[in-house]
Design a protein around this ligand. Structure first.
Ligand code: F6P
Length: 363
């Protein structure tokens, strides 16, 4: 069954806590159990295109389980099907996927393990349609990949956001203020919902439930009438006002999704201060959510994902993605993973539980 000799690995898209855990598990499993060599491409797909790689042995992955980021480097703008090159002093985009695949063949790589979010895995799926054997590992703090119950990195981001909420409570309570925490998550409200529940927020505003600030004001005023003079609001960066639009911070043209969200917290703070007459402050948590040591949960999940990825690389069929379903780590067809984004169900049990304990979604 074990006919493959060399596997490649790369990390693509935004970094997330746990990437190093997957790399470590892949290398150890490959060497210990299958006698495979591992080649790590640097800076995502860019390393495949430019043939920039390093051989990874057990010594190279020693002591990295608790470290955030990725020892391989990553990029969320280098797509071999639309690669930025300079021609006659101008930046143009070219399909260099054949070159990337030739580099893999020259290196004798039988299967490529790609660790990434929806953009990175969609590229991996496209490469597989050109004949490459691929195994995907679902990474993103946003937790927005379908076909897996959870992505690694999410738990750490939620933990960081919850710690921030605990700290914001102090000032909110002391100054009788409205404190807004803007968290990441792109078009999904998973981080906001989980952190809001764990951090005891009064309002959680997510993309899946367009908000009405009059409802938020009612919640704040009801709390004040009950003697609670402060309020805590968690807002996902992709939250949208009813009949409103996404708040975009800037664009990154080379990226599979060029929109970079951000700024909705400030927009809400301005409007709410005017509506309520209360002192309102906003904190944007930003990339702190992607940084630091992975939680125990993410260390374990990334290890399990890495072990399973090697098993799938060896056994096939390809392309598959590693996924957590219930308590089990399994392989699912890659096409399921990149079909659609995994969103919060506005009628789901989590939202209902939040509503039952008095949290307003402003909807
Ligand atoms: O997908 C992860 C993520 O952190 C999103 O939550 C956020 O919208 C985006 O990446 C930020 O991207 P960048 O690091 O390019 O600013």
């Amino acid at each position: 069954m074990n006919k493959i000799k060399r596997i490649g690995i790369l990390t693509g898209g935004g970094d997330a806590p746990g990437l190093n855990g997957v790399i470590r598990a892949v290398v150890k499993t490959a060497e210990n159990n299958y006698n495979l060599e591992v080649i790590g491409f640097l800076d995502g797909f860019k390393g495949m295109v430019t043939n920039n790689y390093r051989r990874l042995g057990k010594k190279d992955v020693s002591g990295i389980l608790h470290r955030g980021g990725t020892i391989l480097g990553t990029s969320n703008r280098d797509n071999p099907f639309r690669f930025a090159v300079e021609e006659n002093g101008n930046k143009v985009y070219r399909d260099v996927s054949d070159l990337a695949l030739q580099n893999l063949v020259a290196l004798g790589i039988d299967v490529l393990i790609v660790i990434g979010g929806d953009g990175t895995l969609a590229i991996a799926d496209e490469l597989s349609q050109k004949g490459l054997k691929v195994v995907g590992v679902p990474k993103t703090i946003d937790n927005d990949l379908s076909a897996t119950d959870v992505t690694f990195g999410f738990n750490t981001a939620v933990t960081t956001a919850t710690e921030a909420l605990d700290k914001l409570h102090t000032t909110a309570e002391s100054h009788h203020r409205v404190m807004i925490l803007e968290v990441m998550g792109r078009y999904g409200g998973w981080i906001a919902l989980h952190a809001g529940l764990a951090g005891g927020a009064d309002c959680i505003l997510i993309p899946e439930i367009p908000y009405d600030l009059k409802k938020v004001k009612e919640k704040i005023e009801a709390r004040r009438a009950a003697g609670k003079l402060f309020s805590i609001i968690v807002v996902a960066e992709g939250a949208i006002e009813k009949e409103g639009e996404l708040v975009v911070a800037h664009r990154v043209e080379e990226s599979t999704d060029p929109l970079r969200l951000g700024g909705v917290g400030a927009v809400i703070a301005d409007k709410l201060a005017t509506l309520t007459g209360l002192e309102t402050r906003v904190t944007v948590l930003g990339h702190l959510q992607r940084g630091g040591s992975p939680t125990c949960y993410d260390r374990i999940l990334s290890t399990r994902f890495g072990v399973k990825a090697v098993e799938l690389a060896v056994k096939g069929p390809w392309p598959q993605m590693v996924a957590l379903k219930g308590q089990e780590v399994i392989g699912v067809p890659m096409s399921h993973a990149v079909k659609e984004l995994h969103k919060v169900d506005p009628q789901g049990e989590l939202v209902k539980a939040a509503q039952a304990v008095g949290i307003s979604f402003g909807g």
